[in-house]
Design a protein around this ligand. Sequence first.
Ligand code: SF4
Length: 245
Amino acid sequence: MEIKISEEMSVMDKLGILSDAAKYDVACTSSGVDRQGTKGGIGNTVAGGICHSFSADGRCISLLKILFTNECIYDCKYCLNRRTNDVPRASFTPDEVCELTMEFYRRNYIEGLFLSSGILYSPDYTMELIYQTIFRLRTQYHFNGYIHVKAIPGADSSLIYKTGLIADRMSVNLELPTADGLKLLAPNKPRKHILGPMRLIQEGIKSNKNELVLYKKAEKFVPAGQSTLYIYKSEQSRRRNRRYI
Ligand code: SF4
């Protein structure tokens, strides 16, 4: 597949937009503060998209948390990245995501990558982009750290499955608990497009466990498991938030 992404904007500008756009995709248990470096001091806490999560063995790890793109063809009412919202837009290229991950990793800022995305052109196109990016990261950049990716609702199951063979964790956002709520607030995302990938990942994990008992060298499928999140309205903040289940 030919991947056409604009490279006109600087990578730092893209990082600013796409790490900010990923902040409601919950992958973390804590968030940082925004403190610039000082002359003679070491370190800073600029909002560069680093968050924390738990690995399969329970360790707390830091992740570079970004969207591949905040362009989206859909118009989910609760989402900052919805098509009709007037926000700055940006898209990484696969190599930009790989290079950022490697540079952050080499500096010991992170132990892994959390990659989600708005829907660019179509669910299959976007899932292929995500797959190509992490495939490149694993094979050309030889990144062996933790990778958590989003399965794109409505993407072909073969794309989701092959992504699961090179990612550590996958998640699909459940978003709303009822089909009616989803129809009202996310009309482009039928419930079956969400439940289908969730079931595929769940069944893939189950059958992979059996395979690994029989063949120790079998490829691992999503070894750190799957997670999801849904939207709730906080009475204190009166804002819509996202919570993991
Ligand atoms: S598909 Fe995802 S990124 Fe696009 S508007 Fe809906 S929630 Fe936002």
